[in-house]
Design a protein around this ligand. Sequence first.
Ligand code: NOJ
Length: 486
Amino acid sequence: MGMKKKTFMAAAFYLLCFLSLLVEGFDRSDFPDSFLFGTATSSYQIEGAYLQGNKELSNWDVLSHIPGKIDDSSNGDIADDHYHLYMDDIELMHSLGVNSYRFSISWSRILAGKLVLFLADLFVHRAKNQTLCIKYKYGGWLNPEIQKDFGYFAEVCFREFGDRVKYWATFNEPNVMIKRGYLVGTYPPLHCSAPFGECLSGNSSVEPYVAAHNVILSHGIAVQIYKKKYQAKQGGRIGIVMSATWYEPLRNLTNDWVATKRLLAFDVPWFLDPIIFGDYPSEMRQILGSNLPIFSSKDKKKLRYKMDFIGVNHYTTLYVRDCLYSPCEVADFNGNAFTYTTGERNGIPIGTPTAMPTFYVVPHGLEMMVNYIKERYNNMPMFLTENGYAQGVSNYTTVKDFVNDLDRVDYLNKYLGMLLKTIRNGADVRGYFIWSIMDNFEWLYGYTLRFGLYHVDFTTQARTPKLSAMWYKEFLQGSDSLLKAD
Ligand code: NOJ
């Protein structure tokens, strides 16, 4: 046996022992057989081929080409080239032993030329001061017109792919899309107003709520189409996926406790309360008054059909400070609730920091979040649709450093263990998806953050399994699998 092979086997043996230690305490068999284990991706972040296959430009194609918007001046033109390499990538997933895959369908890719595409007429304005905004035909999410177009898009998806798709999510993280797009103006369509940011157009006091209202009703229309025309025939389920950060009071003061409750309401319940109960949370009405739309009887009809599950994207926990009774910095992402969020209390981080500036390792936050949703929504079936760990990129990090991702293994192990605890305590959680199968385009951070179980060399498109890929495989397939696979 060659030296190399011996060293490799020894390394594999130690690794196996190490991994076995880490997953000690629980394994796949602790979860129901029907439990979905998978990985998650999204089209723009992995596909590339941005001008191929009759695709129109998407809002992110435009934004990523605006100088200065993306940290490393990159874009998703090629990304992981998944558009061409998808067969190999599906093979990677198979080799892990997952039983499901969560991905997204970009409407600019599948509706090109067919519909009055709101993205087809997209163009970029450049003002003298370089402030930019992206304009949509008819105003995008600000115009109720979009509800019908979204319904059309959803129906094309149900009709074309519904025989194979068993779980549909109408939206991914609409709370983030709206806040970034219309409150702080860092995502398309780059709308905001002072004090939240300087944008060419927008109104941070009004637009986020108008746009969100149209998202909620678009969701309702899609659910209605699916339930009336497709569900019985195709046997799938439909829901929505929310970004679900857990929040804790910064100080042990009544105001911070109240503010924490308020911010929680301004986040997930902003969308889920109307979808499930028919109206916005009272905390939002109190603060926003008439800036928060009312559900007309016509609107209510659109929400008549009830969805089947809640998707939860959970990564982190942050501290909350009240800014309503004791003024503080509200010009940020969570400022519309008159709250200020931070990952530190007196200079001490809430959990181990990760390369994503707002993501800390706080496993008990997952338990709190799942229980919050469980209690508020009467234990509706839930899926942990995203959970994952970011590695940072510097001039000195080598492929080997990325591949030895013990921090990610530790994170996933702790969060998954916590998820199991919530299930044992009665939460109806039916699946867990790691973000992501491979490193990809992380929005404004470009390729400077890596979330993958597989390392991607973006020059050669080579995929290399990280320790976390082996950990997941070991967890899913049993302790033999690691050595057999190699
Ligand atoms: C949530 C989003 O759905 C995904 O697009 C993003 O890459 C991950 N979180 C990590 O930030």
